[in-house]
Write a protein that binds this ligand. Structure first.
Ligand SMILES: *Cc1c(COP(=O)(O)O)cnc(C)c1O
Length: 425
């Protein structure tokens, strides 16, 4: 009797974690517990179903995997190293390790997904690839991967973003992609996604839609997680080899959630390993001042998936703000919504100012210029170290900060220059 009662009172989240570890998510409806699914117009259902069948088949195929592994090694430069961070360790009073996705080809983790999906597109018989991009990083990774794999690539990008991210537009064009300016809607990422989907649905058998984060309708969150999980598999083995133990904490920044789910996945079953996802806290907690979806959001449907969202009382999607373009998105992948709801991963926000301070500290202490996105993870790690002295912390450095020089010049270097001028007698 006692025992039956105990089983019956096993908390719901323990069962969800067991299901997760047994590989039961996404389930046959594309769900992660209550989250995920496929909320798309009727016209897009067959294309998603075909993609799901293709992904399940090829991602489990030994020959596909060996082709992917070879390209990841020879072209992307994997495995990326983990670097001990001796100076940050000393300042924070912890043992800090950095997983260096900034050293991957094109400068961030996004290439793992873009390459994998480009290879998948070819196996599925696609003759062209369609992608969307906001800040341009996913567009660049897609253009590079398509060039490598030998598929033409069309990238949809909002006019506003094209003006803000001109260097990335040039990179995409050099890499052979066609960049289509989107003048409809908000003329940023959301409108670009709509246009890319419209293109895909007009010819879903010969074109392939290459989505850039662990978001969207099933099977995209699953495909992206599978392709990014190499980050955590490598990092876990590297920690055991170089640190001689697993980390006490694993930290990553969360925009749509692809680098974080990729880093976290291999550690989910390690009960001793705590996990922290850090979202963009922007200017603060007010509506429109941040992009911290799991911290401040509510459940709802965006871009084909039921997950957490930044929305107002009437369900209208909120404008977001973050100093880092890559985190500036009102949604988040459904698997993170599940991990948050069962408490396996803790999610916090780091502000623009905390991220900028972390960029500076990482540059000066370790000689590494991180992306402002990645600096949110560093800021979260620093905070955790203050209350957990002496622990081992693994931080995902999702990308390098060279792309952020315009922002960094305005926010870190210009104030420094004017302060120096004022200090002159
Ligand atoms: C795009 C990007 C991110 C955010 O995307 P996720 O899907 O949340 O990983 C984080 N860091 C860098 C460097 C990026 O380019």
């Amino acid at each position: 009797m006692m025992q039956i009662e105990q089983i019956d009172t096993v908390p719901e989240h323990e069962r969800a974690l067991a299901d997760l570890l047994a590989g039961r998510y996404p389930d046959e409806r594309g769900r992660y517990g209550a989250f995920g699914g496929r909320y798309v117009p009727e016209t897009l259902i067959p294309a998603h179903e075909r993609l799901e069948r293709g992904a399940r088949r090829w991602l489990a195929d030994a020959e596909f995997q060996s082709e992917l592994d070879q390209q990841l090694r020879d072209w992307v430069g994997r495995p990326t190293p983990i670097s001990p961070a001796p100076h940050l360790s000393k300042r924070w009073g912890a043992q800090v390790w950095l997983k260096r996705e900034d050293l991957a080809h094109t400068g961030a983790h996004k290439i793992n997904n873009a390459l994998g999906q480009a290879l998948l597109a070819r196996r599925l018989g696609a003759r062209r690839v369609v992608a969307e991009t906001g800040a341009g990083q996913h567009g660049v990774a897609s253009a590079a991967a398509c060039a490598r794999v030998g598929l033409p690539c069309t990238v949809y990008m909002g006019e506003v973003d094209m003006a803000r991210q001109a260097p990335n537009v040039g990179r995409m064009k050099l890499l052979g992609a066609t960049v289509v300016a989107v003048a409809s809607g908000d003329r940023t990422l959301r409108a670009a996604i709509d246009e890319a989907l419209r293109d895909w649905v007009s010819d879903p058998t010969s074109s392939y839609y290459l989505l850039g984060s662990a978001v969207g309708a099933h099977p995209y969150p699953y495909i992206v997680r599978e392709l990014q999980a190499i980050i955590g598999r490598e990092a876990r083995a590297q920690m055991l080899e170089h640190a001689g133990a697993l980390p006490d904490l694993v930290v990553a920044c969360v925009g749509g959630g692809s680098n974080a789910i990729g880093l976290f996945h291999a550690f989910l079953g390690d009960r001793s390993v705590a996990m922290l996802g850090v979202e963009a806290g922007g200017r603060g907690a007010g509506l429109g001042d941040n992009a911290a979806t799991l911290v401040y959001g509510h459940p709802g449907v965006l871009h084909g998936s039921y997950s957490m969202l930044l929305q107002d009382r009437h369900g209208q999607i909120q404008e977001t703000h973050s100093i880092s373009a890559g985190l500036d998105y009102p949604g988040v992948g459904p698997e993170h919504a599940l991990l948050a709801s069962i408490g396996r991963v803790r999610y916090e926000a780091a502000s623009d100012d905390e991220a900028l301070a972390a960029v500076k500290e990482c540059c000066e202490c370790e000689g590494i210029l991180p992306a402002i996105e990645s600096a949110h993870a560093l800021a979260g790690a620093r905070r955790w170290a203050a209350s957990h002295p002496g622990t081992r912390i693994l931080v995902g450095v999702s990308g390098r900060g060279d792309k952020d020089m315009l922002t960094l010049t305005q926010s870190l270097l210009a104030p420094l220059a004017s302060a120096l001028k004022e200090a002159q007698p």
